[in-house]
Design a binder for this molecule. Sequence first.
Ligand SMILES: Cc1cc2nc3c(=O)[nH]c(=O)nc-3n(C[C@H](O)[C@H](O)[C@H](O)COP(=O)(O)O)c2cc1C
Length: 305
Amino acid sequence: MSLASQDPVRAALDAAIRAPSPHNSQPWRFRVCGDRIDVVLDGDRILKVADPEGREARLACGAAILNVRLALRAAGRVPVEELMPRRDAPEHLATVRLGGWRPATTDDLALARAIGYRRSNRRAFTSREVPVWVRQALVRAAAEEGADLVVVHDAGRLAELEVLVREAERLQAEDPAFQEEVRRWTATDPSREDGVPAAVVGRGPEWPYDRRPLVAVLVSGADTRLEQVRAGQALQRVLLRATTAGVSVSFVSEPVEIPLLRAAVGRLAAVPGSPQVVLRFGYGFAAPATRRRPVSAVTRYTGGG
Ligand SMILES: Cc1cc2nc3c(=O)[nH]c(=O)nc-3n(C[C@H](O)[C@H](O)[C@H](O)COP(=O)(O)O)c2cc1C
């Protein structure tokens, strides 16, 4: 992905499609009109079993929106963002316009570059501990986008979280509809441009995965659709910040996908608000890339300027 040589709108779209999404479902569409990019939720790609309300799909779109903003910054433009601009069209999640010119900072450039090599890494991490300065940078990254990243420090709380993860895994393993959905989104055909390749999923390590896991819960202020889109931006800023620091991340979404357990995760995080994702950070070995549908397949260009 080249950021410098391209038209900024094209660079923004190339960045947007690299966002993470549950089962790599890529639940987004884009409409481009001159200098304006609309980000639209693709309701057909919401995971009906794991994510019936579309909450995780909105997180994914939020991540795509942050990528748009960062790519525009890297191109020296100021992104002007309006979230959920239309009450009558709840699937229209954001409009981002190209504002004036302002040189990109080195940090903007570093985060924008990280979009292309960020990966979800489900493998076991090494025993190397994530240093305090990185932890603080991750917490700040979430705060910059209006969310709380709550690190689960003490062993007692980690053990409680483990119980919730195991319970969620058990419930999902016993749910044939859930299993069927996982199968549907497991890409066995290598030419498929969505879904998670079977080789990437693997068996996965067992909780707590690592000797010194850094586990954190991303918490949004409320659980409105708007806050979910904002939390997706916070999520992506955290993931990219970790990537620039050489830290690997994986998602542990199971307990937040089940309402009762999600409430328990919220109590455990012990800050006001709604838990959106649980993340595990550490030092890992390179994880393979997943594919994306091309920009042309998800973008509609309409006339005007
Ligand atoms: C809201 C959300 C929830 C996710 N939950 C999980 C999860 O529970 N387990 C998992 O292994 N990956 C999870 N993922 C990661 C996706 O599978 C991953 O983003 C997708 O396959 C694309 O791969 P990439 O992140 O390496 O680009 C989640 C991603 C998002 C955005």
